[in-house]
Design a protein around this ligand. Structure first.
Ligand code: GRF
Length: 224
C-alpha cells in the first residue's frame, strides 16, 4: 500500500484506557473528512473509557480480551481490521505488546504515541523515568511500530520543559497536551506520503518562541 491514497483513509485506534488520544484523533478525523476518519476502536479492556468514548462518537467499538492469549487477540483484531477495511492503525495508550508477526504485517501502517522523547525512556512510566533522570526537558513521540517496544522510527516529537517542582502528574499533563497535537499531525504526515519510515520529518517545540527545533527536516515519499 502506498500513501497518499486516492480516497479518505480508514483509521483504527487500539486503546486500553481513558482514550484522550482517541478523542483527539476522532476530533481531527471526523466522518466525512477528506483525509481520514476513525472507523474502528478496539480495546483489550471491556471497562476502558475509550470504548464508551467511541460509542458516544458513533464509532464501532469492540472489546477483544487479551488475557494470556496474544495469538487469539491478534487473530480477532486482524479480522476486525480487515472487516472494517482499515488502512492505518493508531495505538493510543494500548498497554499490550504486539507480536513481531503482527507488527510486520502492518509495517508502515501502525503508529504509537509515547510520553517521552524516544529513544529516551521507553517502556512503562516514561514520565517517572524522566523525573528520576533529572532531565530538564521531555516530551512525546509519535512513531512507527516495529517489533521492539517503543523502538520504531519517529515521525513527530514535541518538547516540553521539566520544571523543578514537577510531579509525575503535572509532567504527565503537560506532555499529554502535546500528544493530542502530535498524533493528528503524525497521521497527516503519514497519510499524505510525506514521511519515510526511518526519518524524523517534523520535530517541534512548545517553547515560548514557538520555533521548530528541526527546521531543516526534509520530506520524502513512502512506499509501504
Ligand atoms: C498516553 O500518555 C500515551 O502516551 C501512553 O498512554 C497514555 C494514554 O492516554 N502510551 P489516553 O488513554 O490516550 O488518554
Amino acid at each position: 500500500m502506498t500513501f497518499p491514497l486516492e480516497r479518505p483513509a480508514r483509521l483504527a485506534v487500539f486503546a486500553s484506557g481513558r482514550g484522550s488520544n482517541l478523542r483527539a484523533l476522532a476530533a481531527a478525523f471526523p466522518p466525512g473528512d477528506p483525509l481520514a476518519s476513525v472507523v474502528l476502536v478496539v480495546s483489550n479492556r471491556r471497562a476502558a473509557g475509550a470504548l464508551s468514548l467511541a460509542e458516544a462518537h458513533g464509532i464501532p467499538a469492540h472489546a477483544v480480551p487479551f488475557g494470556g492469549d496474544r495469538e487469539r487477540f491478534e487473530r480477532e483484531a486482524d479480522a476486525l481490521l480487515r472487516t472494517f477495511g482499515v488502512d492505518l492503525v493508531c495505538l493510543a495508550g494500548f498497554m499490550r505488546v504486539l507480536s513481531p508477526a503482527f507488527t510486520a504485517r502492518y509495517a508502515g501502517r501502525i503508529l504509537n504515541v509515547h510520553p517521552s522523547l524516544l529513544p529516551l525512556f521507553p517502556g512503562l512510566h516514561a514520565q517517572r523515568q524522566a523525573l528520576s533522570a533529572g532531565v530538564r526537558e521531555s516530551g512525546c513521540t509519535v512513531h512507527f511500530v516495529d517489533a521492539g517496544v517503543d523502538t520504531g522510527a519517529a515521525i513527530v516529537q514535541r518538547r516540553v520543559p521539566v520544571l523543578s517542582n514537577d510531579t509525575e502528574q503535572t509532567l504527565t499533563a503537560r506532555i499529554l497536551a502535546e500528544e493530542h497535537r502530535s498524533y493528528p499531525e503524525a497521521v497527516r504526515l503519514v497519510l499524505s506520503g510525506q514521511v519515510l519510515s526511518g526519518q524524523v520529518l517534523s520535530s517541534t517545540t512548545n517553547q515560548p518562541d514557538g520555533r521548530p527545533s528541526n527546521p531543516n527536516a526534509k520530506a520524502g515519499g513512502v512506499t509501504l
